[in-house]
Write a protein that binds this ligand. Structure first.
Ligand SMILES: Nc1ncnc2c1ncn2[C@@H]1O[C@H](COP(=O)(O)OP(=O)(O)OP(=O)(O)O)[C@@H](O)[C@H]1O
Length: 549
């Protein structure tokens, strides 16, 4: 059996939330190559501790504060090379997130309670993703694994052809374990691996963890309140004591007493500020969150060009995510949506302009050619761009916010971080690139539909005049003499498309990626994206119109 030589040290660790202390300054070492089970009552802070060890809680996090250090130490000289070989793809804020944590290069893998799998990828692709991002790592385990993704699936008994969404809870759990191990981390953290499973399945999961631990040899840490299931496979047990708020190592002879020593968490008495009327508290919290998010939005806008530098760890995966987002924002449903919008705009402008022309019998013969070129001009330069980009901002911005929000809520974004990958690389940049490609395409579809229906409408309402006349005048002020693509009009339209598309994608991304504690946070992110991105698009059109005309 290969054995990990990596010990995990928690030095002077103190963790508190805004309302209570979870852990008093604590020093603990977690033995290399062993299974350590951390048990504690529900709500004592086990998941927060695990997220902290995994480098997923920023020291500047507004709701959880921690001090102290988490260190990985190998018994040979390989640690230093591991630390310096961590893939440097993280943005400044993400590097700050991992500062003080050992997980800057994917050294600590996490099997998340909610599995945190990528639903849009197949089971094999989920594992390949981990393998590709573990490649080149100088491992501290004695035998680096070189299984292929299909071998991992076979090893853990996960069906290769079933989409991730259709796997059972137990199969997802096994896939999550396989994916974490495939990334070749030194330390594997398991977050409540038996939660939500019946007793028999919980025991199966425990023996699977023991089996993979024996076979692949990592330092394993299981955080659980299900001591009955997990004590059976433990080498070491640490109690997260809710009274003393400390981590206490329990010697083997004391394990039988663990159930008695797990005591329910005492909820904190409300502090003075919490004693304020609920409405005042909620209003203050909302105002604070609004100001923080507005500040973050301005900062994100200013640093965007730097954030978008494409230093991908793998172009293959960047392309894979780009294609996912291209389908999401520019696929069939979005295309049909924009075609319908174009048809409505083209029909209404053409039909109603002539239908409600004042003193029609006299004015139409005089104005008909001018009116047609004005309709063409207005549709091309203003109406279709405004309509299309507003609809795209709402439809595609919401799709982006929903996709990223669900990834955030389900833990997939955290999973990416534990592989040492900044989410901006495979989420933000592919989203922006997909918008840059999709928005001109969707706008073109909308305009061509408007143009076509305008011709049909004119032909039906003016059968005596005919096609040629319509074409001659509708296009008169669109393409000008230097050809459509080289024309100034085209450049203005493209500028509006790109500004609106990129902005809507960025708003959707940042709304989606902000912390999500419940499903309603995801729906709020979607609503806010629709609101802010449509408003942003209208402002862009207004500002550009001032320059353009
Ligand atoms: N992001 C956060 N901001 C503020 N408080 C938090 C946050 N996450 C967790 N808490 C609080 O920290 C405490 C510990 O939560 P945690 O989820 O770690 O408990 P746990 O021991 O894992 O419980 P369980 O076994 O029921 O999952 C809870 O009171 C929780 O409300």
């Amino acid at each position: 059996m290969p054995e990990s030589s990596t010990t995990l040290h928690l030095d002077g660790l103190q963790i508190e939330t805004n309302s209570m202390v979870l852990l008093q300054a604590t020093d603990v070492s977690i033995a290399a190559g062993k299974i350590t089970v951390i048990v504690g009552a529900s709500g004592v802070g086990k998941s927060v501790l695990l997220r902290m060890i995994a480098g997923l809680i920023d020291k500047q996090d507004s709701s959880i504060h921690w001090t102290g250090h988490v260190r990985l130490k190998t018994s040979d000289s390989r640690l230093s090379s591991r630390e310096s070989s961590g893939k440097d793809t993280l943005s400044r804020s993400e590097r700050r997130l991992l500062k003080g944590s050992p997980n800057s290069g994917g050294n600590v893998g996490v099997v998340f309670q909610q599995f945190a799998l990528f639903d849009e990828l197949t089971p094999a692709e989920n594992i390949q993703f981990a393998i590709d991002h573990a490649a080149g790592k100088n491992t501290a385990t004695t035998e680096p694994e070189s299984l292929t993704s299909l071998q991992w699936l076979e090893e853990l008994g996960v069906p290769a052809l079933t989409p991730v969404a259709f796997l059972s809870g137990g199969q997802k759990q096994r896939l999550a374990i396989a994916r974490t191990l495939a990334a070749n981390p030194d330390v594997v953290l398991y977050d409540e691996p038996s939660s939500g499973l019946d007793a028999a399945t919980g025991r199966q999961v425990a023996s699977l963890i023991a089996k993979t631990h024996r076979k692949f040899g990592r330092t394993s840490v299981i955080v659980t309140h299900d001591y009955e299931t997990m004590l059976g496979i433990a080498d070491e047990v640490i109690l997260f004591d809710s009274q003393s708020k400390s981590l206490q190592r329990i010697e083997r002879q004391g394990w039988q007493q663990v159930p008695r020593r797990i005591t329910a968490v005492t909820l904190p008495t409300p502090s003075k500020s919490q004693g304020r009327p609920a409405i005042a508290r909620r209003t203050m919290a909302r105002l604070e969150s609004f100001l923080t998010q507005s500040g973050n939005a301005v900062l994100a806008g200013v640093t965007l060009p730097w954030t978008l530098r494409p230093n991908f760890p793998s172009w293959k995966w960047a392309t894979r995510f780009f294609l996912h987002y291209l389908k999401l924002v520019g696929g069939i449903s979005a295309s049909i949506y924009l075609i319908i919008a174009g048809l409505i705009a083209g029909f209404t402008t053409t039909y109603f302009t002539f239908r409600f022309l004042p003193f029609r019998v006299y004015t139409q013969p005089l104005l008909i050619d001018e009116l047609l070129s004005a309709i063409g001009f207005a549709l091309y330069r203003v109406l279709v761009p405004v309509l299309a980009t507003v609809l795209i901002a709402a439809r595609c911005g919401a799709a982006v916010a929903a996709d990223v929000g669900v990834k955030r809520y389900s833990g997939s974004v955290d999973a990416m971080r534990t592989f040492g990958i900044a989410p901006r690389l495979y989420l933000l940049i592919p989203i922006v690139a997909a918008m840059v490609v999709a928005v001109p395409w969707l706008e073109w579809l909308a305009f061509e539909s408007a143009r076509w229906i305008s011709a049909v409408t004119f032909k039906v309402t003016h059968p005596e005049i005919g096609d040629f006349f319509w074409r001659q005048h509708f296009d008169a002020r669109i393409s000008e003499s230097d050809g459509l693509l080289a024309s100034e009009a085209f450049r203005w339209v493209m500028l509006k498309n790109l500004l609106c598309g990129v902005g809507s994608g960025v708003i959707g991304y940042y709304r989606g990626i902000s912390p999500k504690r419940s499903a309603s946070d995801v729906s709020q992110a979607i609503t806010a994206t629709v609101l802010w991105s449509t408003l942003y698009v209208l402002v862009v059109h207004f500002m550009i119109a001032l320059l353009e005309f």
